[in-house]
Design a protein around this ligand. Sequence first.
Ligand code: HEC
Ligand code: HEC
Length: 305
Amino acid sequence: MSKQFWIATAAALAVTLGAAGAGWTFIVKPMRADAPLMPTYDVVDESGKIVGQYTVPSDDLIAKEPDAEAIMYGKRLLNETARLLPDNVGAGLNCNSCHLAQGKLDKGAPYINAYNFYPRVMPRAGKEVNLVMRINGCFQRSMNGKPLDPKSEEMTGMIAYMKWLGQGLPKEHMVKVEGAGKIDETLVPDPVNGQAVYAAQCAVCHGNDGEGKKDQFGDYTFPPLWGDDSFNIGAGMARTYKAAAFVKYNMPVSVHLDGTLGQGGVLTDQEAIDVSEYFTHMPRPDFAGKVKDWPTGKKPKDARY
Ligand code: HEC
Ligand code: HEC
């Protein structure tokens, strides 16, 4: 018998007994049967020592913050980027099309550590990158668009949301979550098998031609995976093994009956790599800035140029 069944049964019993006015009440802790509890992770210092615990905050808590308005604006922009920032977004994507569950999901490209992690030296840029530059990198590559003015209300809002999600941890502390899961990079991709995996596991949502699916109001309900509305070849997601590490742990979504987004567990490493080789190499926009990438070498083997 499932956990959901017992919770529902206990709740129904409480209501029945209460209505019967039996003279005694038993209290059922309010609980949503459709969602797991907010996950908690270890917090580590620079040496990797566990120094505390972090619980992913609920959005209900934003209203208590002094800069609640900026955080809420940033949250909205990250969710509805294509609709709200058409001048900066060239793709049919929102930031949270890839940063799943508003950047709160382990292995689903979370924003949890983003505020503390930057500035840092990145091999692709060959120099120090701060959070503003990192976000604008995703605008230019993943969103195939244009950078935001670093001083704009929009940029300030997005950073305010990421800062809030970090919950004021000291700069040198990190929450033990990962951007992506592990994938065996020694496996050789087979795009022919990838096409078969795509047809069986992905096309139902992302479309037979990777074009995604729109609702009757013209908004994407399922984002595109290739074509003019997809990310460009400069995006991290355009690289086979990076995409595979995302796909294996997060796609296909919603196959889990407890309502959790992501968690994967459907594809093997080989299948995730095959399908990623297939969809990343389908036609997609070029990236003019590519000539400046990896100026000091260290170019990864799955780089597209
Ligand atoms: C097509 C998928 C995709 C989209 C859309 C996308 N990103 Fe990303 N983003 C990624 C991936 C993948 C990474 C990790 C890249 C890497 O490791 O090279 C990343 C990294 C980041 C990071 C660094 C996180 C960290 O902790 O290091 C930030 C911040 C970020 N993105 C913000 C944004 C914002 C803001 C937008 C919308 C303007 C956006 N992204 C749109 C895929 C995407
Ligand atoms: C049940 C529907 C469904 C299936 C099946 C599915 N996806 Fe997705 N996928 C989504 C949704 C929805 C999102 C956007 C998540 C969000 O907005 O929260 C997404 C996002 C993505 C993204 C990042 C955004 C983008 O468009 O570039 C990639 C890459 C992706 N899926 C690849 C795959 C692959 C590969 C498969 C097959 C193994 C697959 N998906 C199967 C629904 C699905």
